[in-house]
Design a protein around this ligand. Structure first.
Ligand code: HEC
Ligand code: HEC
Length: 431
């Protein structure tokens, strides 16, 4: 049998290769992947690291050093944040939760979502392509392509993780940044297409590369696996957080799923009902992309006016403006690091750079502005319904022109770039 990879070289079918050459070729293609399967005793570890219950509100002027993420998280309490230590959970609850997570999510070698015989969960699982075969393929693809950054359990702490910034996403809170789902009723879950976009294009300006060459089928499967890790991680996160905050009372956990009617108030029932609740939210998010208002037609003069309005919306603190400048100071050229919901530092983007993590199409920017970036605490804009679409397009027109001085109307160009043009270092110490 010729290795898969060799077939794509279109070797003539009749070419007789000496066996030693074939095995050398196989070794070359497969070095490092001789055993793609997980052995049966590999399990997801019980979460060992701190849970960030509340991130500090204060800003920072600079990032912590490479490899210091967990140390920095351990100090959040001193800065006004709150962390909880999963190791303080009583052994009996820990075991019960571990068992329930194992029952509903399996292992890296045999991942699943839900249990057979659960009608509603099974139909959601099917609709969302989270069935066993896709997850098993996804798990192997993840192991080879993603694990060194995103970690075995999706904790963002793979071997490469601590050394890059932004840190690879910790999927275990079920939170995503670049979403285009409608703003209500879906717990800010992404559409499947949002995750696929990050895979196809990579996340510009970060270490996350594009995986387009894996092909559509593989990207679908690994996306399913990311959802599996996110569901498992979020349930584990909320269970541990709820127990530690409420004196280990299991019954209190059900408060986050008020519609659930559990047979008994056990951790197993919590995992089951919360899983169904989350699956519904993901499915709701996936139903419909947020529809942008139609793009207005502008003459050249009207287009310049739209950019002027966008500048005003961005920089003014007036009640009819958006005041983006409160975070993106000096259009983001000032480093004003803030804590995100993972307790890591995030910098309001430098919008003069033309680098966009969530995609650079006008519609990507529209979604970012209309939806905000919830876990990074960038708020969604609000405006009266009849003005909103026009205002967001003004904002997009301004953001798209901002990195290119020649595209800005003269007086706006001077306001944005005059200090840089005069060669004055734009630095908080040098204002
Ligand atoms: C070299 C490191 C690296 C590798 C390899 C990598 N990622 Fe990422 N990934 C990142 C970083 C960094 C981010 C976070 C960017 C941010 O927070 O803005 C990220 C974020 C994500 C996100 C979140 C997007 C959002 O909207 O919040 C998804 C989904 C994702 N990665 C999936 C994958 C998958 C699937 C693979 C493997 C096929 C993979 N990544 C491989 C570094 C990596
Ligand atoms: C509370 C602080 C805050 C406010 C207010 C804010 N932003 Fe942001 N913004 C951020 C942060 C933080 C990031 C980086 C998020 C990340 O990558 O995780 C960001 C990123 C962005 C990005 C880059 C998106 C991408 O795909 O990389 C754009 C564009 C943007 N903001 C525009 C705006 C606009 C327009 C406004 C006003 C309507 C605004 N922001 C208001 C904090 C803020």
């Amino acid at each position: 049998m010729m290795p898969e990879a060799a077939k794509s070289f279109h070797l003539p079918a009749k070419l007789l290769l000496p066996p030693f050459f074939l095995s050398a070729l196989a070794f070359w293609f497969c070095s490092g992947c001789s055993s793609p399967e997980y052995s049966a005793d590999v399990v997801y570890p019980f979460r060992p690291d701190l849970i960030v219950d509340e991130a500090p509100k204060q800003n920072q002027e600079r990032l912590h050093g490479p490899g210091q993420m967990d140390k920095s998280i351990a100090r959040l309490g001193e800065l006004g944040g709150k962390t909880l230590d999963p190791k303080l959970l009583p052994a009996i609850l820990r075991e019960e939760l571990d068992q329930a997570l194992g029952k509903y999510f399996g292992t890296p070698g045999a991942p699943r979502v839900g249990q057979s015989g659960q009608k509603e969960i099974a139909s959601l699982v099917k609709a969302m392509n989270l069935e066993g075969a896709a997850l098993r393929e996804g798990s192997l693809l993840y192991r080879r392509n993603c694990l060194h950054c995103h970690g075995l359990s999706g904790d963002g702490r793979g071997t490469t993780g601590p050394w890059v910034n932004p840190h690879p996403r910790d999927f275990r809170q079920g939170k995503f940044k670049f979403i285009s789902s409608s703003p209500t009723g879906n717990k800010n879950k992404p559409r499947r297409e949002d995750l696929l976009r990050s895979l196809r294009q990579g996340i510009e300006g970060t270490s996350m590369p594009s995986f387009n060459l894996l092909g559509e089928k593989a990207m679908e499967e690994v996306t399913s696996y990311v959802l599996h890790l996110s569901l498992r991680g979020e349930i584990e996160f909320e269970a541990i957080r709820g127990l530690l905050k409420n004196k280990n009372k299991v019954s209190e956990l059900f408060e986050i799923i008020p519609d659930a009617e559990p047979e008994k108030e056990t951790l197993d029932e919590f995992v089951k009902h919360y899983l169904a609740d989350l699956l519904r939210a993901y499915q709701k998010a996936d139903q419909k992309a947020l529809e942008p208002a139609p793009y207005p037609k502008y003459s050249d003069e009207e287009f310049a006016e739209s950019i002027r309005r966008g500048y005003h919306l961005f920089s003014s603190a007036a009640s009819d403006a958006f005041g983006c400048v409160s975070c993106h100071q000096d259009f983001g050229r000032q480093p004003l690091y803030q804590y995100d919901e993972w307790g890591t530092l995030v910098r309001p983007s430098n919008l003069t750079m033309s680098v966009y993590r969530g995609g650079r199409r006008p519609i990507d920017l529209y979604w970012r502005i209309k939806r905000g970036i919830p876990p990074s605490k960038m708020p969604a804009v609000t405006a009266p319904a009849d003005e909103e679409g026009k205002k967001i397009w003004d904002m997009v027109n301004f953001i798209e022109a901002l990195p290119f001085p020649g595209m800005l109307p003269e007086e706006i160009r001077m306001r944005v770039y005059s200090r840089a043009v005069r060669g004055i270092a734009v630095n908080s110490k040098n204002k």
